[in-house]
Structures are given as structure tokens and as C-alpha cells.
Design a protein around this ligand. Sequence first.
Ligand SMILES: Nc1ncnc2c1ncn2[C@@H]1O[C@H](COP(=O)(O)OS(=O)(=O)O)[C@@H](OP(=O)(O)O)[C@H]1O
Ligand SMILES: Nc1ncnc2c1ncn2[C@@H]1O[C@H](COP(=O)(O)OP(=O)(O)O)[C@@H](O)[C@H]1O
Length: 433
Amino acid sequence: MSDDWTRWSGLPQLVLGATDADAVELALGGAIPADRHPVVAAAPDGAVVLLDDENTPVAVRERGGHPLAALRPRGLRGGEDADPRARVAAHAVRDRVGDGPALGVLVDDVVGLDQVDGLVERARDVRTVLLLCLVAPPRPAHALDVTAAGVVRATAALRDELTRSGRVAVPVEVVAVPWARGARLERLAWPGGEPTLDELARAYGATDVLDLTAAPSGARVAYAEAEQRRAAVLEARFPAASVRELASSRDAGAGPGAVVLFTGLSGSGKSTVAKAVAQRLQTSVSRQVTVLDGDEVRHMLSAGLGFDRESRSQNVRRIGYVASLVAGAGGIVLVAAIAPFEEDRADVRRRTEAVAGFVLVHVATPLEVCEARDRKHLYARARAGDLPEFTGVSSPYEVPHDADVVLDTSRDDIGGAVATVLAALRAAGVDGL
Ligand SMILES: Nc1ncnc2c1ncn2[C@@H]1O[C@H](COP(=O)(O)OS(=O)(=O)O)[C@@H](OP(=O)(O)O)[C@H]1O
Ligand SMILES: Nc1ncnc2c1ncn2[C@@H]1O[C@H](COP(=O)(O)OP(=O)(O)O)[C@@H](O)[C@H]1O
């Protein structure tokens, strides 16, 4: 992996959508054979740096026809709090699996008992079982009540259960695969056509493939039917005016929602913690949960704004406006923005508190730590004078005096940070968490 940003920083940059970035990661991890490497159609002959939607450089291609080289590993799509041990490059998995017969089981939902029986049967003559969970969207409609991170966790629990019960006598591995299935790979061309799931599993070392993604399991069908029966009982046996009350009684989420504003230096951990909180909420509440990330928002809502004081102020106030609308309608909005100025944060608080709960989280990770992380090589550029008005280096950060929560991600682990933010949300009056 190359970290020599001085070599790449002058090259043209291409920001990838999430699925395109997944495709690049598959190629970098060796899950797509070398002759199927995606190439950047938009820049067919030139050099290019590929960035993910948070502007983190993920790969570089030095010249047309050259292979992509990794710059940084991407975070785990589908939730930072999904087990990161499951995110392994295909070549590392192949090394672990070795040459023996291996069964690759493709999973995009929580596996039902009916599917487990088939899996156990197929696993009789193999040396390893690979449970490959697809963590990228789009996910099938019947699986939408569980997040991708939830599928990874459920699959890991299945692995433990299969091993503990002795139903599968060989090692079982869980691998989280960033699979851009069905994605419109707009800017990436795949010579020879898109790879299939079968090819993908074989690239991870499977010699036999059991695809559980083709149709919902019997367990899923039964679950859906039970839900429909419940709806039918409500409709048949209660006055229409009362149905809504009963139907929503299980669903947390009555009443207004909240905005959580994560403020802090670049690299302090705002996005990482915000996304982990979102992931946790998505698995436990039925409210709409949205992440508005400063540098993602800058591609659309705040496109064209710079980093002078006025632009930052506009940016933060726009985000606050949108966030307060969603929160007023019952959603929970996790905003990750540097938001360096007191006045703008106060504006977001005022606007939100008129309609919903508000929590200000200061991610107070020390500058030295943020700078040492320098995921996006921005501090190095700022120190070199190549990036003006960089927060903490050449642009001010006004430390909040009204933070409801103060985190320091050089000290606090992600799980602890998530728990602290959830407690603050409860204290802000958000029910059903
Ligand atoms: N000059 C300068 N100063 C600070 N940050 C810079 C700058 N130029 C680009 N970037 C990238 O933009 C991301 C911060 O955008 P925000 O919208 O959160 O900033 S602000 O709230 O408007 O101040 C920030 O993202 P994070 O690292 O996620 O904070 C940087 O990637
Ligand atoms: N305890 C932690 N909490 C959050 N991030 C952490 C932690 N420890 C290390 N990190 C790393 O710090 C970096 C924070 O980056 P990011 O979340 O994008 O910050 P920001 O959004 O504030 O720019 C990530 O690479 C993350 O993996």
C-alpha cells in the first residue's frame, strides 16, 4: 500500500459513489481476477486518483492500462460496528482456506433454519465453509428490516452456533464482501462483463458455491406471512380509527426526533462515530435515521462552497436547516461537520430545539492525533501551504462551551462513544431507544 501522497496529490481526482468504491475495493483485494480489473472509463488514458464519497483516497492508477494501487483501506461498508475481522481481502482468505475443497455460501440476509439444513448437507465433504455476506446495497426487499451490519453479526453468530453444535465439523469463516451487485457501475467498465457472484466466491477460495441470495428462505416467507396475518387481524377486529394506534405500538418512534451535531477537527472521528450510532439505531428503532456528513454534503447541498468563514457558516446552517426538518418529522439526524464557529452551532441548536431534540457532541480528539491519522493527507498539504484555511492549522476552531457530550477518540473506543451518545439522546427526550 502506498502512502506517498506527495506523488499522487497533483493527479486528477475522481470521487466514486459507494458502489463504485466497493467495486474498486473488490479489485484491490483480489476478488476480481486481474484481467477484470475495473478501469476508469472517464479517464481512459490518464492517471487518476480515486476517492470515496468521504473524499478519502482509496486507490491510484498511475497511467491508463496500469493496475490500480491501493492507497488506504476503506471502512467497513454497512456499519463500522459490524465485526471488522470479517472484512478481509480475497487473497488473505484464499491463503487461509488453502487448497482443500471449500464451500462458499453467499448470504445477503439472516439465514433461516431451513437454509442451515441445506448448508450442513453440502458441507459434508469440504475442508472449510466460507460464509460470504454481501454488505453492499442494493439488498433484497425481504431483508430490509435488518441492516448490512446486522447480517454480518447474525452470520458471525451462525458460524459460532455451527461450530459449537458440531453440525459442521470443519472450520467456518465469515467474510464481509463489498459486492456492488446490480449496481450501475457508471464510471467503471468491466472488460468481459460484470463478474458473477459465483466467480466472486471462487475468487475467495470456494471450490463449490451455495447461493442463498437467489430467493428468500422459507423462514423469511413465514416471517412475512406472520406480519401479514397480524395486519389482517388488526384490520378485521379493531375499529379503523384504532388500528394505527395498535399497529405502531411496537414501533419506537412516536414524537419528535433529534439532531446530533458532531463537531470537531478533521480526522477527529466525527463520521466514524456518527455512522456507528446510525448503525446501532437502525437495528433498534423504526425511526428514519439519516447521516449528513460535511464532506459528503459538500458534493450536493453545499456544492461550490469553500472553506472561508462565510462559506463554512452557510454550509453548517444549510445542514442544520435540513436536519431540523427531518428531526421535526420524527427522524434522527446525525450530522458530522467540523462546524468550527459557535454562532453557527447555536443557530442549528436554536432551529432544532424549536421542533425536536438536540445533542451537541464535541469530538475533542487532540490535533496531534488527528494530524497523525491524516487519512486524507490534508494536514500534510495544509502544513506544506498547499491547502489554505485548514481548520486547526490555518483556520480557527472555536471550542464549544455548551457540548452535551465530549468525546476523545484517542481514548474512547467506538462502542463506548456510541453508548454515551445514545444516553444523551435519551436525556434529550427521544423515546424508544
Ligand atoms: N480547508 C479545509 N478545512 C477543513 N476541512 C477541509 C478543508 N478543505 C477540505 N476539507 C475537507 O472538508 C471536510 C470538512 O467539511 P465540513 O463541511 O465538515 O466543514 S465546515 O463545517 O464547513 O467547516 C473535511 O472532512 P472531515 O475530515 O470529515 O472533517 C475535509 O475532508
Ligand atoms: N475510537 C475511535 N473512534 C473513531 N474513530 C477512530 C477511533 N480510533 C481510530 N479511529 C480512526 O480515526 C479516523 C477518524 O476519521 P473520520 O471518522 O473520518 O473523522 P472526521 O469525520 O472527524 O474527519 C478513522 O480512520 C477511524 O478509523
